[in-house]
Structures are given as structure tokens and as C-alpha cells.
Design a protein around this ligand. Structure first.
Ligand code: GTP
Ligand code: MG
Length: 531
């Protein structure tokens, strides 16, 4: 049962590694790994035998992305050095090559290959389609099972996370030429436990290590590096990123479509990493964002219902074009996640603690101040005691929609630090206090129209979840959570996706049902709206 799962999860937590420890372990694994393009009819055994001459292979997997690739993790870094000794820079005809030795390699196989050997398994790196999702959901027996199954279908796999860290590590080989102590760390949905297959890789160029030289006290004599100065911290960040953007563009194997977006609030270099298929955003000097990722990760670990609800809400929002892959006046996945956290803090008893509470529980080594903002949170999850709350996911989903369908957005702001709504300090449509930079609003970009669409859809979904026809498991039409992914009837949401979906066969039962909802739903929403 869910209650048992929750108790089990809480006791597991005691043995949980900290966020930092997990990231360090993954980063270190990535440094011992290589990415190899290989023939699709590869003989796995011969391939591994060949590489094993350089040392023990810990793990490996194959995947397809415009060709076959293998990620190979050695057990020691010396193997990478030994391997590199044996690799040649290719002689290209009619062209010339930039002789940069990276860990992105090509495996050459002389002559034609026989296909009599068994084919390796290729691990999938992309999310299931909406039709596949609907199929999976239809086979479940409850909304709770549907949301658990959705999470399992969409979440990043072990291999996908390894590949993300490897891409960061490959990029570090380029930036390390200028700043040998630097680290490229993934943040955002790659590490916050809410990532969906196919999401972008957000990266930070971390230069902290450069400042960590020993400051020996003594005679008063000392040496200092002479440095080039910039007008401001922002100007220095822009100048570093612009040079790195140029290097990635001109020297980085597999890196294409490099764009320097240096005028943004948070300057970044955007590019596609072709061998992995990832869209990458490289930023610098962005420690608060890393702390936000840690915070979301921590909330995600505290109770399994958090991730299931976030995956459900994010999927629902994407299908109805509440969120978009293009930046604009819409709500972002980050804001939506904070809204789910806030909602779970409002339960009685609360499912999640406030951010202030996480700060109180912090130990001396957790202390963290970034640019004057206190970003301290507890890292040892076992210190957090949770209250007994056994709400089902069905209930939480239903009440999430009711909560935001009736939230006083015009006067209240969402504040997870206090776990209580606060008076809105500004007249923006949606005010969600930035968890660590408390004078900022993370949803400043959202306009009134987008907020209204969100509220209308929340009301409609809340209403749908009260209907017998929607709640009862049915084998011939979408039911439960799947019914919430059908085109909206009350709001003008997602014109494009609605047109697309018209082409798909929908059973006549659900069509009739929706036609009737159009009338009834409109009335209910109007009534609720005036209440
Ligand atoms: P995806 O949509 O799956 O990529 O989710 P994401 O969490 O990775 O979001 P995104 O790539 O847009 O941003 C990456 C990270 O930057 C987030 O996880 C946040 O930590 C941070 N971030 C994004 N938007 C904002 C914002 O408006 N304000 C602040 N302070 N941080 C933000
Ligand atoms: Mg992201």
C-alpha cells in the first residue's frame, strides 16, 4: 500500500547520501569514461576485449542517436591515459582537422562485419510519446498507480544521467585548458530529481577551485597573480563565456549550433551536443541556481508522492501548453515545481517542511552564504522528521487543482520559505518568491492571460476528477489521469495541440462525455469563479 511505501521510504532515507556526495561520485565516474561512436552491428565482445587492454571496464552501455554510440566507464583514470596513447588523430582528405584530443572517439572496424554475433542492447534516451503514455496509463488500476507509472516512464534513467555527466566532463576538457581547476557541474532538472528524458542539460562553469589556494600566514611577504580586470562581475562572466563559446564552437567535437546569449539576466552559451542529442546551456557564476537544484532534490527525496505529483502536474501542464519549450510569458517547470512544494506544505498535516525549517536543522558545515543571501539548508536528510500524512495521490492531485483553481493570486504571493501565502509586494500577475534571493520573483515573466489559462485548466481538471465517468477504470477510453490530458473544453488552451489531437482516434464514449462536459463544465467553472 501507499502508506507502507511511505514508511519504507522514510526509513531508507537514513542511509541516503547527501546531494553533494551523489554529484561528486557521478562526476568522478564521468572522468573515467569515454564516449565512442561505433558501427551499429557492433560485436560487443570484440569491442570490450579491445578496450580492456587498457584496463578494467566497470560499466558500459550502447544507445542510438544519429548512429550508434557506447559509453564506457573504466575503473581507473590511468586507463584513459593508456587508451589516449593508442589513439590517432585522423588524416582527413581535402580538409584539415583541429588536432584536439578529446574523449569523444570513433571505433573503426576493418572490412565488412558479419552479423552472426548477437546484437547489443541499445538503451533508450528519449521519452515515450503521448500515445505510448496513454497506453501505459490505461493499463493501470488507480490514479495513484497511473502517476507512479508516469514517473517511471518519464524520469531520467541511470544511463541517461551518466551520459549527462559525461557531456559535462567532456566540456570540462575544453574549459580546463584555460582554467585547470575548473569544474563543469550539471544543475536544474538533470540533478533535481524532477528531470524528464529529453530535457536540456543546464551546466555551470564552476571556478571556485581557483580561489581555494592555501593562504599561508607568516612573514607578511606574499605573491599575487596579476590579473586582467573587468568593469563588473557580470562583465567578467560575459568575457569568460564568450571565449569559451568560441572554443566550443571551433574546437569542440560534436558541439554544433553554438550561440552566445550573453545579454540575458543569466549570461549563457547554448549549443547542441550531437553525439548525445542534448541541448546544453552553459552558465557561469550561478551558485544560487545550484543551491535551488539541491533544495528541489531534497524535497523530492523526502516523500515519494512529491515526485509523482510533480511529474503529473508537469506533464499535464505541457500537454495543455501551460508550459512551453520556448521562453515567454508562460509558467516555467521550475515555478510549477515550487507551486507543488508550496501546496504540499499547506496540507494538514503538512507533507513537506518549510524552507525556514530546513535552515534551522542545518549543521555548521551546511552554512552557505552566496552574494549576501543565506542559502543554508540541511544536507543530512535523516535529521528531518515528517508528520504522518497518508493522503493518496488521487486526493492530492484533485486538491492541487482545487487549491490553485481558487488561490487569491491577485493579492497573495507563494512563499515556500515560510510555507504560507504572503501579501504580494508587487502587482505582477503571479508572484512566487525566489527561495534564496528573497527579494526576487521567479515568475515575473508570467502575464495575466497565462495565469488565467492555468487557473481555468485547474478548475476544469478539478471538476473532471469529481466525475464518475472519469474516475472509473475503462478499457476503451482514457480515464483517471489520462482523461486530464485530453484537449481542454473550457479554456482556449493549446490550439495547435488540439488540432493535432483531432487526428487521433478517440472513442465515441469519451467524445460524448466531453461534449456533455462542455455544457456542465462551463456552468460549474462560472459558479466557482464567482464564489
Ligand atoms: P526543465 O524545464 O526540465 O529544463 O527544468 P529545469 O528545472 O532544468 O528548468 P530550466 O532549465 O529552465 O532552469 C534550470 C534551473 O535554473 C532551474 O532548476 C532553477 O534552479 C534555475 N531557474 C530557472 N528559472 C529561474 C528563475 O526564473 N529564477 C531563478 N532564480 N532561477 C531559475
Ligand atoms: Mg533545464
Amino acid at each position: 500500500t501507499l502508506a507502507e511505501k511511505i514508511t519504507e521510504r522514510i526509513s531508507e532515507r537514513i542511509f541516503c547520501k547527501t546531494f553533494q556526495a551523489i554529484q561528486e561520485e557521478r562526476r568522478e565516474q564521468a572522468e573515467r569514461s569515454v564516449l565512442i561512436s561505433c558501427p551499429s552491428k557492433i560485436n560487443e565482445k570484440k569491442f570490450l576485449d579491445y578496450l580492456s587492454k587498457h584496463g578494467t571496464i566497470n560499466k558500459h552501455f550502447f544507445y542510438n542517436s544519429y548512429g550508434a554510440y557506447a559509453v564506457v566507464e573504466f575503473s581507473s583514470r590511468e586507463s584513459i591515459a593508456s587508451l589516449k596513447e593508442s589513439i590517432n588523430i585522423p588524416a582527413v582528405e581535402h580538409e584539415a582537422a583541429v588536432p584536439f584530443k578529446s574523449r569523444l572517439l570513433s571505433f573503426k572496424w576493418p572490412g565488412s562485419q558479419s552479423s552472426s554475433h548477437p546484437m547489443p542492447k541499445f538503451k533508450v534516451q528519449s521519452p515515450p510519446s503521448i500515445n505510448e503514455i496513454n497506453q501505459l496509463l490505461s493499463e493501470k488500476d488507480s490514479i495513484d498507480e497511473q502517476l507512479q507509472c508516469l514517473t517511471e516512464a518519464l524520469e531520467l534513467t541511470e544511463e541517461n544521467v551518466s551520459l549527462r555527466f559525461l557531456v559535462c566532463s567532456l566540456l570540462r576538457d575544453i574549459t580546463g585548458a584555460y582554467f585547470p581547476e575548473c569544474i563543469i557541474r550539471p544543475f536544474g532538472s538533470t540533478v533535481n530529481s524532477f528531470g524528464k528524458l529529453g530535457c536540456d542539460v543546464d551546466m555551470i562553469l564552476d571556478l571556485e577551485g581557483i580561489y581555494a589556494t592555501s593562504q599561508k600566514k607568516g612573514s607578511g611577504l606574499s605573491l599575487e597573480y596579476q590579473v586582467k580586470r573587468g568593469a563588473s562581475e557580470r562583465a567578467v562572466t560575459q568575457s569568460i563565456l564568450s571565449v569559451i563559446g568560441k572554443c566550443v564552437d571551433q574546437f569542440g567535437p560534436g558541439c554544433v549550433g553554438v550561440q552566445n546569449i550573453l545579454q540575458a539576466r543569466c549570461p549563457l552559451v547554448r549549443f547542441s551536443h550531437q553525439p548525445s542529442g542534448f541541448q546544453c546551456d552553459l552558465t557561469a557564476n550561478n551558485r544560487v541556481a545550484m543551491k535551488s537544484s539541491e533544495l528541489l532534490f531534497l524535497y523530492g527525496q523526502l516523500d515519494p508522492r512529491v515526485r509523482h505529483l510533480v511529474f503529473g502536474v508537469r506533464c499535464w501542464a505541457r500537454v495543455h501548453s501551460i508550459t512551453s519549450s520556448i521562453p515567454g510569458a508562460w509558467i516555467t517547470n521550475f515555478s510549477l515545481t515550487v507551486m507543488v512544494v508550496f501546496f504540499l506544505q499547506q496540507r494538514n498535516p503538512p507533507i513537506l517542511p518549510t524552507l525556514d525549517r530546513l535552515k534551522e536543522l542545518a549543521g555548521p558545515s551546511d552554512k552557505c552564504v552566496i552574494e549576501g543571501n543565506d542559502c543554508t539548508i540541511v544536507s543530512d536528510l535523516s535529521k528531518i522528521t515528517l508528520q504522518q500524512n497518508t493522503d493518496t495521490l488521487e486526493k492530492l492531485l484533485q486538491e492541487f487543482f482545487e487549491f490553485y483553481g481558487n488561490f487569491p493570486f491577485n493579492k497573495a504571493s507563494i512563499n515556500i520559505r515560510k510555507g504560507k501565502e504572503q501579501t504580494k509586494p508587487e502587482t505582477t500577475a503571479l508572484y512566487i518568491q525566489n527561495p534564496f534571493e528573497t527579494t526576487l520573483n521567479i515568475s515575473k515573466n508570467v502575464n495575466a492571460t497565462q495565469l488565467e489559462r492555468f487557473v481555468a485548466l485547474c478548475r476544469e481538471s478539478a471538476w473532471l476528477l469529481q466525475q464518475k465517468e472519469i474516475l472509473n477504470r475503462s478499457s476503451d477510453s482514457p480515464w483517471g489521469f489520462a482523461a486530464l490530458l485530453l484537449p481542454s473544453v473550457t479554456s482556449g488552451a493549446g490550439v495547435k495541440s488540439r488540432r493535432k489531437r483531432k487526428l487521433e482516434p478517440a472513442s465515441s464514449r469519451i467524445k460524448n462525455l466531453l461534449d456533455s462536459l462542455k455544457i456542465k463544465g462551463g456552468e460549474t467553472v462560472a459558479k466557482k469563479g464567482s464564489a
